[in-house]
Design a protein around this ligand. Structure first.
Ligand code: PEP
Length: 251
């Protein structure tokens, strides 16, 4: 049986004072023993602060990106999976649509990033999703399938068992427009079916998160869908009360 996961992507937001306040409020508002896995992804310069602030809490910490190269060295500006594991991260986000669109990340690079994360014991949240134009053209499932193809060709069966997939329609990210539960469920079921072509058991255990303007008001009906196993939450994760309500909706 797969457990739900709620992940908070803080993006490039906050400073040490506001992040300190958010961590304190999260600790006060989240249940001590939540019936759901919870992780937050601060900007990397605040990882140490958040790791200390959340130590002893049930909330895991991850980074919003990871280098696609296996060893340390001349990769200016990058952070390796081994460094993230070393400081206590448990997860990394790979292939967020903002990175694909603004920094030209390809699906092949995303798969390499996922592989480096797994080799260091980190769990990658692999983001996929179509743009509004692609949805309007009826190309959604084709786009998702193409984005996941290098994941299937790069990761071993054992590694595939450990990843989390996040379906994030680009048109729903930060826009206030949420995919309807039916629209999201259709894509989640499609993703699970792609994995079941590899292995039925793997598909059954795969956690598929929905992301795109999730808030406390819509989380319940999204998480009630058969193939939605929690959420990747952007804006609403910067508000401790709202994030906590979303976590409760996933319990
Ligand atoms: C995200 O950044 O992954 C995201 C889903 O953002 P938001 O919840 O703000 O749409």
């Amino acid at each position: 049986m797969r457990s739900n996961l709620v992940a908070g992507n803080w993006k490039m937001c906050g400073d040490s004072a506001s992040i300190g306040k958010l961590v304190a409020e999260m600790k006060a508002s989240l249940p001590a023993e939540p019936g759901v896995d919870i992780a937050v992804f601060p900007p990397s310069v605040y990882l140490a602060q958040v790791l200390v602030g959340l130590s002893g809490s049930p909330v895991a910490v991850g980074n919003q990106n990871v280098c696609d190269q296996p060893s340390e060295g001349a990769y200016t500006g990058e952070v390796s999976a081994s460094m993230l594991a070393d400081v206590g991260c448990r997860y990394v986000i790979v292939g967020h649509s903002e990175r694909r669109a603004m920094y030209g990340e390809t699906s092949e690079q995303v798969a390499q990033k996922a592989k480096q994360a797994l080799l260091q014991g980190l769990i990658p949240l692999v983001c996929v999703g179509e743009t509004e134009a692609q949805r309007d053209e009826g190309a959604t499932l084709e786009v998702i399938s193409a984005q996941l193809k290098p994941i299937f060709s790069t990761l071993s069966a054992e590694q595939l068992r450990l990843i989390v997939v996040a379906y994030e329609p680009v048109w729903a990210i930060g826009t206030g427009k949420t995919a309807s539960p039916d629209q999201a469920q259709e894509v989640h079921a499609f993703i699970r079916a792609l994995f079941s072509k590899k292995d039925e058991l793997l598909a059954k255990g795969l956690r598929i998160l929905y992301g795109g303007s999730v808030k406390a008001a819509n989380a319940g009906e999204l998480f009630a869908q058969a193939d939605i196993d929690g959420g990747l939450v952007g804006g609403a994760s910067l508000d401790a009360q709202e994030f906590s309500a979303i976590c409760r909706a996933a319990e």
